[in-house]
Design a protein around this ligand. Structure first.
Ligand code: EPZ
Length: 430
């Protein structure tokens, strides 16, 4: 089991490059099996979730050729099975995107019911509602979702709740349905737009992605393409908040500043300076931060995937702040860990009431999920003394070379795998 060991207190200073968006990449990789020609995907983040999904794609018989860490070629013409095993699904929830992709292309798919990061109950009823509306028979039996149709027919679908996953999954199936589909109350996240752009580059007819009404004219076939994934707005936001928490000065490069507006707005509210360039943002946070209120909402609102990182900076800001989680009900599991580092946080239902403390103090903590894990690392970077973060495999699901990127900004952080290595690090930094 690997851990991060961190000696806090160094302001992060310098420049950091952001990789491709994990959540866009997961859907794009799944969609790439929908052509019978070779698809080339670039700016792929080299993280665990992506590598698991590539395994699942190989598992159904597609040819996957890894050109380098960030480029892959996929050819779906050799697909021989329509069944995606629980082995993959239990590791990454997003393998359910293969349901929409296989159903669209072959009108048949079987995928195990998903697990994923434990951030609350995560139903997929809206995905299934969409497939049924397109004419598929959908059954759940023996832990498998089986979807099948003689043909898929375009239709009008209203999503009762804004869902990134359901919007993308339905969009994929509808891309190869007969006629026109309209998805109303669609998610508007940048990765929804990226998946639509990708499918369109394969010949799909998708309009309106990025608004809450997406119109799709189905096509019979999709063709080869070469596509570069958008930068990861959550990785970018995480480094912006790490800069703030450590009172640093960091330029976060290879980003689309528009996608970071909600994150940037909150940094300005707490008193940091944010300078925007064409494809970079610079965060400078020299003065003490002050309290604010945050509610997570679908894009363009404040992202739930930045909620734990936000709480970490509010934990050391002046005054009392509130963080309301409106997307997932169980996304405050890091609070007990942060309390062990000296935070003063009380959770009432879906609201965390945070009274700022002067500083965090290093402690041994455990990452409860991907983003909360990253947030605990940020707390460790800001804390006095040594922090050890256990269970970092969660963090590695979504952050590439996290500790190396932080170290390049002046953080004292190492990945270790034994008590001996922890002691060695402690001796070295003391
Ligand atoms: C995606 O999850 C992301 N995952 C999550 O990122 C992210 O937190 C989330 O969107 C919200 O932005 C991937 O893209 C792989 P949703 P997803 O469907 O698609 C409810 C990370 O850390 N809902 O938009 O599963 C649901 O319970 C991960 O990178 C239904 O009720 O999220 C939630 O309350 C964690 N029925 C809300 O909708 C459904 O059928 C939004 O969920 C589907 C969702």
């Amino acid at each position: 089991m690997e851990q991060y060991v961190i000696k806090g207190g160094n302001p992060l200073v310098g420049e950091v490059e952001i990789g491709g968006a994990k959540n866009a990449a997961l859907a794009i990789l799944a969609a790439s099996i929908m052509a019978d020609e070779t698809i080339t995907i670039d700016n792929l983040p080299n993280v665990r979730d992506i590598n698991v999904l590539l395994g699942a794609i190989e598992g159904i018989g597609a040819v996957v050729e890894r050109i380098d860490a960030h480029t892959v070629k996929i050819n779906g013409s050799t697909i021989s099975g329509m069944t995606v095993d629980y082995e993959y699904i239990k590791k990454i929830r997003a393998s359910y995107y293969l349901l929409g992709a296989l159903l669209g292309k072959y009108k048949k798919a079987e995928v195990a019911l998903p697990g994923g990061c434990d951030i609350g109950s995560r139903p997929i009823d809206l995905h299934l509602k969409g497939f049924r509306a397109l004419g598929a028979r959908v059954d759940i039996q023996h832990g498998l979702i089986a979807a099948e149709a003689d043909h898929l027919k375009g239709t009008h679908i209203y999503l009762d709740k804004v869902s990134v996953g359901a919007t993308i999954n339905i969009m994929m199936a509808a891309a190869m349905a007969e006629g026109k589909t309209i998805i109303e109350n669609a998610a508007k996240e940048p990765h929804v737009v990226d998946v639509a752009n990708f499918l369109n580059s394969m010949g799909a007819g998708i309009r309106g992605a990025g608004t809450d009404v997406i119109r799709i004219v189905g096509v019979e076939k999709l063709h080869k393409t070469e596509y570069s994934i958008i930068p990861d707005q959550i990785e970018a936001g995480t480094f912006m908040f790490a800069a703030a928490a450590t009172r640093g000065d960091v330029t976060v490069k290879n980003v689309i500043p528009k996608h970071l507006e909600a994150t940037t707005a909150k940094l300005l509210e707490v008193g940091c300076e944010v300078e925007e360039f064409d494809d970079a943002v610079r965060v400078v946070c020299a003065k003490p931060m002050h309290h604010t209120q945050v509610t997570t909402l679908p894009y363009p609102g404040f992202p739930t995937d930045m909620q734990p990182q936000m709480a970490v900076i509010l934990g050391i800001a002046d005054g009392t702040s509130t963080v309301t989680e409106s997307i997932f009900e169980n996304r405050f599991k890091y609070v007990d860990e942060l309390t062990r580092m000296g935070a003063n946080i009380k959770v009432e239902s879906n609201i965390a009431i945070i009274t700022g403390v002067e500083k965090y103090t290093g402690a041994r903590v455990s990452a409860p999920d991907l983003r909360a894990g990253a947030a605990l690392v940020i707390a460790g970077l800001a804390a006095e003394g040594i922090t050890i973060v256990d269970d970092i495999y969660y963090i590695e699901r979504g952050y590439e070379n996290f500790e190396e990127k932080l170290a390049s900004l002046g953080a004292q952080i190492e990945k270790v795998s034994s008590e001996k290595e922890i002691q060695k690090f402690t001796l070295k930094v003391s």
